[in-house]
Write a protein that binds this ligand. Structure first.
Ligand SMILES: [Cu+2]
Length: 236
């Protein structure tokens, strides 16, 4: 039966809806190949589950360690940084997206930095229609192939880990939110002298029981009821 075949095909598509932010794009131009400037994880497109919120692997994902072959890309404050998902995939899950940054200690290149210092949130993208959080298409990142932000002009110069993240919340009601994150290594030229904050450690930004991580999108969630997880976005 044609409709049954179509239904099976659609189900297969949804099941394979995972993604990995593997390509760096700066001011609209792809730079390098996949993973040239983004630390490669060991779970490819597969998500991690909420146990990761208490692990240092929450920083850059499983297996994405310092000291591997990842290179560092030079950019300027004010540049637009896009993290594109690889393999012609799209972000085929509802949920919020984020970018966090952490400056490598003075005298330490970001290539050898493990992300154990302070982090701040520099961007978040949630519901474009907060009145219908149960509707997949209400999420701004839904079916996009990237998350993009602009480096604040006020950021101090230095080498940074830049962590993109999307949290798929479709199975969050059974404690199985899906975490997708990668870290780029950027060397930022800037005249800025801002003070980024609030600061947080990773792990430490989330609890598995945060309302934005345990969110039940299926049981007619109330309008405007979704609470973004993690610290506030830096307001330079
Ligand atoms: Cu998935």
């Amino acid at each position: 039966m044609k409709s049954a075949t179509l239904t099976a095909l659609l189900a297969a598509t949804v099941a394979e809806g995972h993604y990995v932010f593997s390509q760096l794009i700066v001011n609209g131009e792809a730079v390098g190949q996949e993973y040239t400037y983004i630390r490669k994880n060991s779970n490819t497109i597969m998500p991690t589950l909420p146990l990761i919120v208490d692990s240092p692997d929450l920083r850059c994902n499983l297996g994405a360690k310092p000291g591997n072959t990842t290179q560092t890309y030079a950019v300027n404050a004010g540049d637009t940084i896009r993290f594109k998902v690889g393999g012609n995939r799209i972000i085929e899950h509802p949920g919020p997206g984020f970018v966090y940054m952490s400056k490598a200690p003075e005298g330490t290149g970001v290539a050898s930095y493990d992300g154990s210092g302070d982090w701040f949130k520099v961007y978040e993208i949630g519901l474009c229609d907060p009145s219908t959080p149960g509707n997949d298409a209400s999420w701004c990142a839904w079916e996009k192939d990237h998350i993009e932000f602009t480096i604040p002009k006020q950021i101090p110069a230095g080498e940074y880990l830049v962590r993109v993240e999307h949290i798929g919340i479709h199975d969050a009601f059974v404690g199985r939110a899906q975490f997708y994150m990668e870290c780029a290594q950027l060397k930022i030229a800037s005249d800025g002298s801002g003070t980024p904050g609030p600061l947080a450690k990773i792990p430490g930004i989330y609890k598995a029981t945060d309302p934005g991580i345990e969110f039940d999108k299926w049981n007619n969630p109330k309008a405007n009821s979704y609470v973004m997880p993690g610290p506030a976005v830096w307001q330079p």
